[in-house]
Design a protein around this ligand. Structure first.
Ligand SMILES: *Cc1c(COP(=O)(O)O)cnc(C)c1O
Length: 376
């Protein structure tokens, strides 16, 4: 059994996918070919924003956004404690300071109260200038963007939505990628919309910001590539990855997003009544199910449960085993607020195999193995 079956997806898409890849090879337009613009237009329309700027990966996308706002040394950027490393890493990479805040136990996502506490603690200390807030659509579920946006507005901070895992999800009728002052996503192969390597994108409604991002991702170009008006990066999406994503986007829009939600419903039914906490999707939120993540009620059982499932050929993952504020890379940073929910989640979460090409029988197999492992 595959945790996320990309092989199966390729088999289904193979005829069109091979044609798309070969046509890029034959065109010799490997950088900046027409597929890149076509993809950007298509994604902007799908997400419901004015501009999409493709770049090399989701980490660069986050960094480009912060660079566009001029975030740097002495600035605080508020980041959820329960996320993938990149969300915090980019803040330190440009010399600013990530300040971690807690998440909500039921959604795994940004907690507006904890965020406000962190902002007040930073202001009271008076050493860092609060500049921006990041919220993350973890596991495909939208963050509570309305609540986070309200806090960001109250304190005059930029808001950045990290939709690396959340592409396709929606919150009150609006797609992930359309929230905050800027949003980013990732096309890493295992994300809801993945390419065959690395890729990412920035979304914004602001014309000037879009122009700035386009400059920053090509060496700070001015009127052309050899007119350099600022320090930027080399962060473009390869034409071949754009071509791949155009084929994948057809599948994503026509059935993958629906199918993965169907798999989630099967899981919810099959796991009901077991001694675990199931993932919740609040009313008027849509998840794109980057992960199907349960919580064990007894943390001490997790290793044994994982081992029992592994023995039956069922792969599981722990996303994420460590809160950001305990990562060695951030050891020098002050902790401004406690994050007890993140601590608890890191000890109890378990992600099960999940992808749009999973069938009901496979879900039953996972459920039966889990039931057995929990009662052992
Ligand atoms: C994957 C991921 C990223 C980084 O994306 P890459 O394309 O791998 O650089 C950033 N944030 C979150 C929450 C992610 O899951």
């Amino acid at each position: 059994m595959q945790f996320r079956d990309l092989q199966k997806q390729y088999e289904v898409l193979k005829p069109r996918m091979d044609e798309a890849m070969i046509s890029v090879a034959a065109s010799s337009k490997y950088i900046g070919g027409p597929q890149v613009k076509e993809l950007e237009d298509r994604l902007a329309k799908y997400v419901g924003v004015k501009h999409c700027i493709a770049c090399a990966n989701g980490t660069d996308a986050l960094q480009l956004a912060l660079m566009a706002w001029g975030v740097g040394p002495g600035d605080a950027v508020f980041v959820p404690d329960f996320t993938f490393f990149s969300t915090g890493e980019v803040v330190s990479a440009i010399g600013a300071t990530p300040v971690f805040y807690d998440v909500c136990a039921d959604t795994f996502n940004a907690d507006a109260d904890s965020l406000e506490k962190a902002i007040l603690a930073v202001k009271e200390e008076g050493k860092l200038i609060p500049k921006a807030v990041t919220d993350v659509d973890l596991f495909g579920l939208p963050a509570d963007h309305g609540a986070i946006e309200a806090v960001a507005k109250k304190y005059g901070l930029y808001m950045l939505e990290d939709a690396a895992q959340g592409f396709g999800g929606a919150y009150h009728g609006k797609r992930n990628g359309a929230f905050g002052d800027m949003a980013t996503t990732s096309f890493f192969p295992a994300k809801p919309l993945g390419c065959y390597g690395d890729g990412g994108a920035v979304f914004t409604n602001d014309d000037d910001t879009a122009a700035l991002i386009r400059s920053l991702c090509v060496h700070g170009k001015g009127t052309m590539k050899y007119d350099n008006v600022r320090i930027g990066m080399n962060s473009r999406l390869d034409t071949i990855q754009a071509a791949i994503l155009l084929v994948k986007m057809d599948a994503f829009e026509s059935y993958e997003l629906d199918d993965v939600n169907e798999v989630a419903r099967w899981y919810n039914e099959a796991l009901a009544g077991m001694d675990v906490i199931l993932p919740t999707v609040p009313e008027r939120w849509l998840s794109s199910w980057a992960q199907y993540t349960i919580r064990l009620k007894d943390a001490s059982k997790r290793d044994a449960v994982q081992a029992a499932l592994k023995a039956k050929g069922i792969p599981t993952m722990v996303y994420y085993p460590k809160p950001m504020h305990t990562q060695l890379a951030f050891a020098g940073n002050r902790v401004y607020v406690d994050c007890p929910v993140t601590d608890e989640l890191c000890a109890t979460v378990l992600s099960l195999p999940m992808h749009p090409y999973m069938d009901a029988r496979t879900v039953e197999t996972v459920a039966a193995a889990l039931r057995e492992a929990l009662t052992e």
